[in-house]
Design a protein around this ligand. Structure first.
Ligand SMILES: [Zn+2]
Length: 338
């Protein structure tokens, strides 16, 4: 089969690789229908995360079950399935509390930018769609395996309630998905912070009511201006830098909440500042498995269309170009078709 291998920073190759097989009775192998490049894949691509040896990259996928191990009972060959980027049993105490990415038996899913992928603990990890989806639903379903679920978690962690005011920091695929989540959860005012025209347009289409182009102190001042001087009820921090975290914490009102899902790179939080802000903070690796049944239904019902974050679609063999386009910010997110 064809699989995407990262050899070194900037060095992505689609190569022949052995097809994955069932290695544990709880595994499934799926034929990938669509996969994509994640913002977090770029950390390896840019050399921020070291690459000790070439490895099969990719953790976002939808596909058709090809084969299951003898202990798999909730999915069967032929079903169209979506799963999280972290495999989880969905039965341990952490899973039952809704934190499947902290599953006591969690395993990272890798190698998804390929024609076939092995999914561990398939019963807990994969969710089958109610029927075979129409072609046009596939990009939206694919976002549920990471970015849309992550935006949803940011909105939940920020405790968005009907009628509330939300700020979304970050206009990447996760931030844009966060706008969708804020709208679905009933936020009345959604302030998207973005300086890119095409992304502003998509944010407005997804439900943003205001765009703030300023950053840092000026961005905070602009949010305060829009919120009667007090700040927002909920802030979704979807970047992970020191600047975005500061901006997030300072944009929330006392008693407000920040949901932070941007993977932190060198962020520091001042204890005393947090103490006096009265701002609640929750985040981490999004338990997207928790939201799959609900979000699959919203996609099938046509309520949400997060697949619009894919502004580049390429055959799998052109994965290298897909990475380059995202790295150079020519594309928000690249979909790959095996
Ligand atoms: Zn678990």
């Amino acid at each position: 089969m064809r699989a995407t291998i990262i050899h070194a920073p900037g060095d992505i190759r689609v190569e022949n690789a052995p097809e994955p097989t069932i290695t544990a009775p709880t595994d499934a192998v799926i034929r990938t229908v669509a996969t994509c490049v994640c913002g977090s894949d770029l950390w390896s691509y840019r050399g921020v995360l070291p690459i000790a040896e070439p490895w099969a990259i990719g953790h976002e996928y939808v596909g058709v079950v090809e084969e299951v191990g003898s202990e798999v009972s909730t999915v069967r060959p032929g079903q169209f399935v979506i799963g999280s980027f972290v495999a989880s049993d969905n039965t341990c105490p952490n899973c039952r509390a809704g934190y499947q990415t902290s599953c006591l038996h969690a395993q990272q899913v890798n190698g998804a930018q390929a024609e076939y992928v092995r999914i561990p603990i398939a019963d807990g990890t994969l969710v089958a769609t109610p029927e075979q989806p129409d072609e046009e639903l596939i990009p939206s379903l694919l976002t549920l395996s990471d970015v849309m679920g992550t935006g949803w978690y940011a909105a939940r962690a920020a405790e968005i309630r009907p009628g509330s005011t939300a700020v979304v920091v970050g206009d990447g695929a996760v931030g844009l998905s966060g706008v969708i989540a804020a709208k679905e959860l009933g936020a009345e005012r959604i302030i998207a912070m973005s300086r890119h025209e095409s992304r502003q347009k998509l944010a407005l289409e997804f439900g943003a009511t205001d765009i703030v182009t300023e950053r840092g102190e000026e961005g905070v001042a602009r949010v305060k201006e829009l919120t009667n001087g007090v700040g927002a009820d909920s802030v979704l921090e979807c970047v992970g830098t020191q600047e975005s975290m500061r901006q997030g914490l300072q944009s929330a009102r006392p008693g407000g909440n920040v949901g932070f899902v941007g993977f932190p790179h060198g962020t520091q939080i001042d204890g005393q500042e947090l103490f006096f802000s009265h701002v609640g903070l929750r985040g981490g690796l999004a338990p997207v498995r928790s939201y799959l049944p609900d979000l699959i239904q919203r996609v099938f019902d046509g309520r949400i269309n997060p697949g619009k974050v894919f502004d580049l679609s390429l055959p799998l063999d052109q994965a290298a170009e897909g990475y380059k386009a995202m790295d150079q910010r020519r594309a928000i997110k690249t979909l790959l078709r095996p």
